[in-house]
Design a protein around this ligand. Structure first.
Ligand code: RTP
Ligand code: MG
Length: 151
C-alpha cells in the first residue's frame, strides 16, 4: 500500500500584479493559511520581460503571449512556495478557472472570482502539474524541491 498521497508536496503560487494593486494579498494569504497550506518561502519581485518569457515558455506561440508578458511585468508580484498534502491540485482548485469572469459564475468562492478582472487578468497563478511545480519552484527558488527528501 502506497502512502505517497499522504506526503506533503509543494506548489508555486503567484499573486499577479492586479492581485497586489487591488490589495488582495492579505485576503489571499489568509485563504492559503486557512486552507492548511504553509508558506515555505516568498519573494516580492517586479518581473523582467525575459523572466516572464521563460516562465511562461509553454505559451510562447499563443496569440495572447505579448499581452501576458505585458500584464505580468506591469507591477510587482508575490511569489510563494506553498506546502501541504496534495498542494498542487488543491491550490488549483482554490484559485478557480483561468477566465475570472466565468469563475465568478461557476466557482463563486474561488480566489479568481473574488478579484475578478477579465480573461487575462486573473489575480493568481498556480502550477498545473507535478512537473510544472518542480520546474517553477526551482526557477524562482533554487534549492527548494516539489517534494521533501524521503528520509
Ligand atoms: P496560470 O498559468 O497563470 O496559473 O493560469 P492558467 O494555468 O489558469 O492558464 P494558462 O492557460 O496557463 O494561461 C496563463 C495565463 O495567460 C493569460 N491568458 N490569457 N485567451 C487569453 O487571452 C488568455 N488565456 C490565458 C492568463 O493570465 C492566464 O492565467
Ligand atoms: Mg498555467
Amino acid at each position: 500500500l502506497s502512502c505517497r498521497s499522504l506526503e506533503n508536496e509543494r506548489t508555486l503560487a503567484i499573486v499577479k500584479p492586479d492581485g497586489i494593486s487591488g490589495n488582495y494579498t492579505i485576503s489571499i494569504t489568509n485563504i492559503i493559511l486557512q486552507s492548511g497550506f504553509t508558506i515555505q518561502t516568498h519573494l516580492t519581485l517586479h518581473l523582467a520581460q525575459d523572466t516572464v518569457t521563460t516562465f511562461y515558455a509553454e505559451h510562447s506561440t499563443k496569440t495572447f503571449f505579448p499581452s501576458l508578458i505585458n500584464y505580468m511585468t506591469s507591477g510587482p508580484v508575490l511569489i510563494m512556495v506553498l506546502e501541504k498534502v496534495n498542494a498542487i491540485a488543491d491550490w488549483r482548485t482554490l484559485i478557480g478557472p483561468t477566465d475570472a469572469r466565468k469563475a465568478k459564475i461557476t466557482h463563486p468562492h474561488s480566489i479568481r472570482a473574488m478579484c475578478v478582472e477579465d480573461l487575462r487578468r486573473n489575480c493568481v497563478h498556480g502550477s498545473d502539474s507535478h512537473e510544472s511545480a518542480a520546474r517553477e519552484i526551482s526557477f524562482f527558488f533554487p534549492g527548494y524541491a516539489v517534494i521533501l527528501d524521503p528520509s
